[in-house]
Design a protein around this ligand. Structure first.
Ligand code: ST9
Ligand code: FAD
Length: 628
């Protein structure tokens, strides 16, 4: 039996019934991709995900890659290789790259819907399969040479990595010390050590292309301190003919010198990558022949942050559905109404209120986070549509930027916590056993709060860059959308208002939560202002902001998910009015129930969070380290 339980019905509900993706498909650059084709595609990928892709999920964990330090090579288990090969053979990666590079132009919303299925079934296989997508970075930023490398990467399905982190440079990427020395032939020789590099060695592809941030040495005007002094270099594992792509037989001087032993996602190699060892130079090409490394790398990072959020929600969703299956069949104890009757029949645990609380909490969050991922992806659709017509959609672009740290930071935190505290817990002691996938889900999902920028980094990105630097425009747009939803349903039942007034209480809760969120931001902006020496403030006040950025990230996630769930509930209420098959009725009733649950159990807590923000002082910052 497959570990992976997908929720294709909810994915399609979001895409077609809530987000109206049918309007985007079948026109413009997506002319040959209509709704029926996308539904067929999703069904095909769903089948692959639940079968051959999911097959090696546990095997890759129990028999992780084997590293040989002498040859600097890694061997993956055969079963895992079979899943990877099936994934690549499915051609799913073509959806992620433009047609001019051999792909199939596909709206990002459809790409992320597909990605939920593949990354959910086998996260490690998905990570190894990112090579073609990485090629788009060379394609969009590169010279003719780089664009040829991009084509070769796609044609030959090479692997790829993003190499930022170093032993002394984790969150602080700008502390990186890896150097790049210019050569007379226009290439560069890299020297240094990168740490924790995903997919830097394996035996799945004939070559691996590393995208490396390094500091150019001896180049006037470049290579200064911090992230702005970093440039992006394309460093292949094996040298190859730049015209044909054929390997020359020469190994480049970049080798893996260690592979980490990890808590989770163990089939994915996490490598120490050394440049310029054993006398062989690590030859690289400067991407686009411009020194603009951090900006170029953030194209990758933005995509990868979206990917991590999608991975997190995919895992929460399959965790919930596994828990639900178990709960339906596990018989234990009497119904609470008959608790004093020792002869009362024993019931499935789904009858117990606390189990229902737990299941609905899981369902509401999994669906809320899916709605968040796909709504954000629909903003990317707008960006792509604008770009393809040579224009820009400023609002969509800002909203997407605002929501990326929420997708990544909030999505990963909620998913990892709920997988442990609720999904695994639903199985009782069995959840702790390796017989069930829950314990691996918990281990595999923890990484999502760490890589691609920890939750703390996402919170700071949200407040300082996406709110303050944006002068609150994107946040204002988002609040306006949610407020319009609140106001659209102000009529009573029977008044003909949207949703027939049935979500009135929940709309009220959302309105209150929006006020709380606004007040939180106002308090934090006030603290920021009060830290400005220019305005006569005390610089220490910025600590108050830093004490609350993660809190704000989580609050914005709660409010956005509530709004999106309620919007979906309204669609579901309308659909319920039409004659439906029982399964469809149950689905829509479930959608309304999860939105109500989320609004009623999550949103009231925001008032308490606001109180914490407003009463923040510097006591914890003034405390001596010895007192911790
Ligand atoms: C990692 C990988 O953890 C884990 C999984 C591997 C997955 C591999 C496969 C995934 C599939 C991906 C496929 C890729 C395909 C791509 C296709 C694309 C089409 N947004 O604030 P400043 C930029 S990897 C955009 O002063 P500091 C911006 O240029 C390791 N840009 O920063 C800015 O300049 P300006 C992950 C942003 O104080 C410049 O940076 N590691 C953003 O110097 C400087 O900004 C991390 O994520 C943004 N949000 O440095 C590190 N932010 O302001 C986490 C910054 O002029 N640490 N820029 O615009 C951070 O993010 C830090 O905040 C920091 C601070 C390093 C940026
Ligand atoms: P640190 O930066 O030392 O952080 C430690 C703690 O301090 C964290 O809780 C953090 O939130 C907090 N902290 C740090 N700075 C601040 C601050 N300014 N404000 C508030 N809190 C702060 N990197 C790559 O380049 N490529 C990869 O492919 C890659 N894959 C990875 C795969 C795995 C399995 C792992 C574990 C890591 C991977 N990484 C990769 C590295 C990953 O991105 C970093 O681990 C991450 O960015 C955090 O850096 P760090 O581990 O050095 O933690």
């Amino acid at each position: 039996m497959s570990h992976y339980r997908s929720n294709l019905r909810d994915i399609e509900f979001n895409l077609f019934e809530v987000l109206g993706r049918g309007d985007v498909l079948g026109t413009g650059i997506y002319a040959d991709l209509d709704v029926d084709t996308v539904r067929a595609l999703l069904a095909e990928i769903d089948h692959l995900a639940r079968t051959v892709l999911a097959d090696s999920f546990a095997e890759g964990d129990r028999n992780p890659p084997v590293f040989d330090p002498v040859s600097h090579t890694v061997t993956l288990p055969e079963a895992f290789k079979a899943s990877y090969r099936a994934l690549m053979d499915s051609g799913f990666w073509q959806l992620e790259i433009p047609s001019e590079l051999g792909g199939q132009d596909t709206p990002p919303s459809v790409q992320w819907a597909v990605n939920e299925l593949t990354v959910g079934a086998n996260p490690a296989a998905f990570l190894y399969a990112a090579g073609p997508k990485f090629a788009t970075v060379l394609w969009h930023n590169g010279t003719e040479r780089d664009r040829r490398i991009a084509q070769i990467m796609v044609e030959r399905q090479w692997g790829a990595t993003m190499a930022l982190t170093e032993p002394e440079a984790g969150s602080d990427v700008g502390a990186g010390r890896t150097r790049a020395l210019p050569q007379p032939d226009g290439t560069w020789h890299l020297e240094g050590v990168k740490r924790f590099i995903t997919s830097a060695e394996h035996d799945l592809t004939e070559n691996i292309v590393h995208l490396v941030l390094a500091r150019p040495a001896g180049v006037p005007g470049h290579g200064g301190p911090g992230t702005k002094g970093l440039s992006l270099f394309v460093v292949p594992k094996h040298h190859f003919d730049l015209q044909t792509g054929a390997l020359t037989g020469e190994r480049n001087g970049v080798v893996v010198t260690g592979v980490e032993h990890k808590m989770g996602i163990r089939a994915s190699t996490t490598c120490e990558l050394s440049f310029g060892v054993d006398g062989a130079p690590a030859v690289g090409y400067l991407l686009g022949e411009v020194h603009d490394g951090i900006k170029q790398m953030f194209q990758v990072i933005e995509h990868a942050r979206m990917m991590v959020g999608t991975k997190a929600i995919a895992t929460l969703s399959t965790g919930y559905l596994n828990a639900l299956d178990h709960a339906k069949t596990r018989v234990q104890g009497p119904d609470l109404t008959q608790v004093t009757d020792k002869t009362a029949p024993r019931v499935p645990i789904t009858h117990h209120p606390d189990v229902r609380r737990s299941l609905m909490t899981q369902k509401a969050h999994a669906e809320g986070l899916r709605a968040l991922v796909l709504f954000t992806a629909s903003l990317q659709d707008r960006n792509e549509a604008a770009r393809s017509s040579g224009a820009a959609d400023d609002v969509a672009s800002r909203l997407n930027e605002l929501l990326l740290p929420v997708v990544k930071g909030y999505g990963s935190e909620r998913s990892w916590v709920l997988l442990g505290t609720e999904a695994l817990q639903t199985l009782g002691g069995s959840g702790f056993l390796t017989d069930h996938p829950l314990e691996q889900y918990v281990r595999d999902a923890k990484i999502d709060t760490l890589y691609e920028g920890t939750t703390a980094i996402q919170g700071q990105d949200l407040f300082f860059r996406k709110i303050v630097r944006d002068r609150g425009r994107a946040l204002g747009e988002l609040s306006a959308l949610a407020t319009a939803f609140v106001e659209s349903g102000s009529g009573d039942a029977g008044s003909g208002a949207a949703g027939d007034g049935q979500l009135k209480v929940e709309r009220g809760l959302l309105a209150r939560a929006l006020e709380d969120l606004g007040a939180m931001v106002a308090a934090m902006v006030g603290d920021l202002y009060a830290s400005s020496a220019e305005h006569g403030g005390d610089p220490q006040n910025i600590y108050k902001v830093g004490l609350n950025t993660t809190r704000l990230l989580m609050a914005l996630g709660d409010v956005t998910c509530a709004w999106l769930l309620l919007r979906g509930a309204e669609v579901a209420l309308r659909a319920l009015n039409e004659a439906q098959r029982p399964a469809e009725q149950a689905f829509y009733e479930g959608k309304v129930a999860s939105a109500r649950w989320f609004a009623r159990t999550v949103l009231p807590r925001l008032s308490a969070e606001l109180a914490v923000v407003e009463s923040t002082d510097l006591a914890v910052m003034d405390l001596a380290e010895e007192s911790f």
